[in-house]
Design a protein around this ligand. Structure first.
Ligand code: SAH
Ligand code: SF4
Length: 381
């Protein structure tokens, strides 16, 4: 009994330090991530929620997600659309379809759209993206914010897409220790190259998002604590994290055939969101589709643990099966009025408001600008 009380006290004092913005050591983060009892989890998520309320409010930023192609030159060992998966029918949306979906996102008042795909670097593709971004920006009506999630590219490509009008980019580092990255990727996939891309994105002017998967075989809480500290050190603007979910047609899925413990993985993913909020304060944090895969209300639970972004999936139903990154990915078409109303109602039931007609940038981005950029008159704030 005495020991339990003592553990509780240590946990609570670390949590209090975290909530008030004190510096967290790696061991502190491990302790918070390990919150497993309903009491500790409840306290952790509530503290993260208060920090979220203070820094980004209770308004959920929305981005209409369009998975524009599943063609990929890479072979990440966990991913269902990896190049060597011959069971995937490859597709690419026509530009007209993408423009139509951007228009729908505007009508749904999402304010932003996110274009995601497998990775291609050839000139035909990079030109197609540049032109598509330009056309979305030129559509009538209020300009949509555009987030891209199109993998590793050259400095030149990142700059062209930024010039065309994209202003946020999501590139998950996936795992922040190079030796762990090497376990889940073929030898020609470079962790250092991916880190360099994060630097290029920053230099090009984007709001930069990154993230990791949690619950990977052999991954420890110490590894995940290292991941969160990496985000802090890199001063990133947005976090997109989620649980690893098994895909039976991948090398990793075949090596780990046993079913996953959905509640356990979801609990870990929610703790990651909560600790990310406590550590990073004013960034945007996504409640990912993978959470929804583990529990129908997974995204709302993500909001209550500190996330503030939801990406309703606008990919047309005909292409959905082609973008199966992991087994069990929800197939619901959130373009449909019913699904949209249900999502908005669920957001409101969680005590939050959908933010309409705005880009929904992370305050962190404005806060990290030099004073002369945010305050042209040079006044001290
Ligand atoms: N090709 C781009 C973007 C599409 S993949 C890129 O890799 O950056 C988007 C994300 O899907 C990846 O960052 C990865 O974290 C996630 N993903 C892939 N396979 C997954 C799996 N089996 N479980 C959970 N997330 C997965
Ligand atoms: Fe391609 Fe992205 Fe999947 Fe890796 S995670 S195989 S880069 S789509």
């Amino acid at each position: 009994m005495g020991e339990r009380v003592n553990c509780g006290t240590v946990f609570e004092s670390i949590l209090q330090k975290a909530e008030t913005g004190g510096t967290l050591a790696r061991d502190d983060i491990v302790r918070l991530l390990g919150a497993a009892s309903p009491e500790q989890r409840g306290a952790l998520h509530a503290a993260a929620y208060r920090v979220k309320e203070h820094h980004v409010g209770r308004r959920v930023r929305l981005r209409g997600l369009v998975e524009i192609s599943n063609a990929c030159r890479k072979n990440c060992l966990y991913c269902g659309i990896r190049r060597d998966n011959g069971n995937v029918a490859r597709y690419r949306l026509a530009q007209e379809e993408i423009l139509g979906l951007a228009d729908a996102a505007r009508r749904f008042r999402y304010g932003s759209i996110a274009l995601q795909a497998g990775e291609r670097q050839d000139a035909e593709w990079t030109g197609f993206i540049e032109d598509t971004v330009r056309r979305i920006k030129a559509q009538p009506g209020a300009g949509l914010g555009i987030t891209l999630s199109l993998g590793e590219q050259t400095r030149e490509t990142y700059r062209r897409w930024f010039e065309a009008g994209a202003h946020r980019y999501l590139l998950r580092i996936e795992m922040t220790q190079p030796e762990i990255y090497a376990r889940f990727h073929p030898a020609d996939h470079s962790w250092q190259g991916r880190v360099a891309c994060l630097g290029e994105l920053r230099a090009a002017g984007y709001q930069v998002g990154t993230g990791v998967m949690c619950g990977l075989p052999g991954q420890s809480l110490e590894n995940l604590a290292g991941d969160l500290l990496f985000f802090k050190e890199r001063d990133i603007d947005m976090v997109g994290m989620g649980p690893w979910l098994r895909h039976a047609g991948t090398p990793l899925g075949r090596a780990h055939p046993q079913p996953q413990d959905a509640e356990g993985v979801l609990g870990l993913a929610l703790n990651m969101i909560a600790v990310a909020r406590l550590l990073l304060r004013d960034v945007n944090i996504v409640a990912s589709t993978a959470l929804q895969t583990l529990a129908p209300d997974g995204r709302e639970r993500g909001l209550l643990a500190g996330a503030n972004v939801i990406m309703p999936n606008l990919t047309p139903a005909a292409y959905r099966a082609g973008y199966t990154l992991y087994d069990g990915k929800p197939a619901c078409d959130e373009q449909a009025g019913g699904a949209r109303r249900r999502l908005e109602a669920a957001i409101r039931a969680a005590g939050e408001t959908p933010a309409h007609d705005e880009w929904g940038d992370a305050p962190h981005f404005a806060n990290r600008q030099p004073i002369f950029l945010t305050n042209p008159k040079g006044n001290t704030p």
